[in-house]
Write a protein that binds this ligand. Structure first.
Ligand SMILES: Nc1ncnc2c1ncn2[C@@H]1O[C@H](COP(=O)(O)OP(=O)(O)OP(=O)(O)O)[C@@H](O)[C@H]1O
Length: 298
């Protein structure tokens, strides 16, 4: 659906935000996972035609029509694209209905009757119909994000990009939002950029991990998890000894359980007595890749 090759971008301050990114993004939900500053937003903005890359290519499959060169043919991309930016702002004094109508006009839906049908349909789809006449300023974070999805879906995009959409949402709102994304992902390609591993675990049949402008892993989460099997070990330790474990072993994560740290360690064999082997999850994969990358870079 979208083929990205060797994309690079260095900002004027010398930061290399994209350092040879190559990805194959299929239809459905694609999780782009990485810590703050990994380059996710830079990549999303580039694909959304809002900023230039220095080099590389991105080609969007266009069904029956000719493929679209994302970096050059920006108007064509914009016709196929829905984008929910990280810092999506709304006019607080305008109602959801009025603002969505306004965005619809900007998208080129000039026929009033047709526009009304589309806008009403979207408000139903994102479950904001009952509050459509309320001002956006009174919306919760989750409602605002669902409104953001409604505007991204105007014009029937083939590619939908959502940048860190669940940050700051409470669990119920987050679930609701992810369910909505999953429904959308049945028909189009959705790129979900996030630093929250569970967003990807819950939702994405394919994914990539990025850090410092590079792709550290791409493919199916299940395959990446399977590749770590038998190599993740768990132990409850004391707070006083935690740092010694961190120096001696590749500690992937530390979680407090009942106030006591429980560590996950990456090791082909038992690290030492007292560790039990655990089935790895995507969080283990994520931190193993980040640790490995940090070690290689050091
Ligand atoms: N306009 C800019 N000028 C200079 N440096 C930038 C600019 N935008 C981003 N950067 C830098 O590029 C790197 C990648 O940033 P980017 O925002 O793409 O990462 P991210 O993965 O989206 O992280 P976050 O979740 O914090 O936004 C960071 O080091 C950031 O400070």
């Amino acid at each position: 659906m979208l083929t990205i090759r060797d994309l690079t971008k260095t900002y004027a301050n010398g930061v290399r935000a994209l350092d040879g990114i190559s990805l194959d993004i299929p239809r459905g939900m694609f999780g782009l996972l990485g810590p703050n500053g990994a380059g996710k937003s830079s990549l999303m903005r580039t694909l959304a035609t809002l900023q230039e890359a220095d080099a590389g290519s991105a080609i969007l499959d266009n069904g029956d029509g000719p493929a679209i060169d994302v970096l050059r043919d920006k108007d064509a991309v914009r016709r196929q694209l829905g984008y929910l930016p990280q810092d999506f702002g709304v006019y607080p004094k305008v109602s959801a209905l009025d603002l969505l109508e306004h965005f619809a006009v900007l998208k080129g839906l000039t026929n009033r009757k047709q526009r009304r049908e589309v806008v009403d349909g979207l408000l139903h789809q994102v479950n904001l119909w009952n509050v459509r006449k309320q001002k956006l300023g009174g919306f919760s974070g989750g409602m605002r994000q669902r409104f953001g999805i409604a505007q991204a879906l105007l014009g029937d995009p083939r590619l939908v990009i959502v940048d860190e959409p669940t940050a700051g949402l409470d669990p119920e709102e987050r679930n609701r939002f992810l369910n909505l994304l999953a429904e959308i992902g049945e028909n189009v390609a959705v790129i979900l950029s996030t630093h929250i591993v569970e967003d990807v675990t819950d939702l994405c049949p394919s994914m990539a991990i990025v850090n410092k402008g590079k792709v550290l892993l791409s493919g199916e989460p299940n395959a990446a998890i399977a590749a770590l099997s038998d190599q993740v070990w768990r132990k409850q330790v004391s707070k006083a000894t935690l740092s010694s474990y961190e120096t001696r072993f590749t500690v992937l994560s530390t979680r407090l359980v009942g106030g006591q740290p429980v560590i996950h360690v990456f090791s082909p064999d038992s690290p030492e007595e007292g560790f039990e082997r655990v089935a790895p999850d995507l969080e283990d994969v994520y931190f193993q890749r980040l640790r490995q990358h940090a070690r290689v870079a050091a």
